[in-house]
Design a protein around this ligand. Sequence first.
Ligand SMILES: [Zn+2]
Length: 175
Amino acid sequence: MLCPGQEIQLRRVAATGIPQVGPLNGHVRDSIRMNKLTARPETAAETVDDRPMKPAMFRGFRRRCPRCGKGKIFNGYLKVVDHCPVCDEDLHHHRADDGPAYLTILIVGHIMAPLLLIVFIKFRPEPLVLAGFFMVGTVALSLYFLPRLKGLVVAIQWSRRMGGFGETVGLRPPS
Ligand SMILES: [Zn+2]
């Protein structure tokens, strides 16, 4: 006995000829959704969310491949590898651009600016001590967040199939 979501899924596969991508009982949504870009009913591949965003974001923040969570996403400090060394997922499609830098400034600014004010009001340290402490702290926090936020942005783009991320075919399954 099939549940309504599975029936719709099977009918859609029969109509479009596009094979099922994920498990029928996993992330199937049981109403027909419209693709916002093409204004057509979504295909089976689009309906099944085989790239859930939250786990991908966690993997990206840990600087790991958003698909398998094992392969390293960076070759060096910020250079994204072309393919995941473990599952072979194409990662060169990413267009993170300045996004991670904006996010880093946003987060580090919101941590350090109030802290600067509090330290200044409460302790009135020597200007050089204050400047030295906050310069080193700000640079260190920025260096910590920048690659992690870049991994996160790449993972979101991969998960939502932005840019060329939707066209990947012929992959090894994640182990
Ligand atoms: Zn991978």
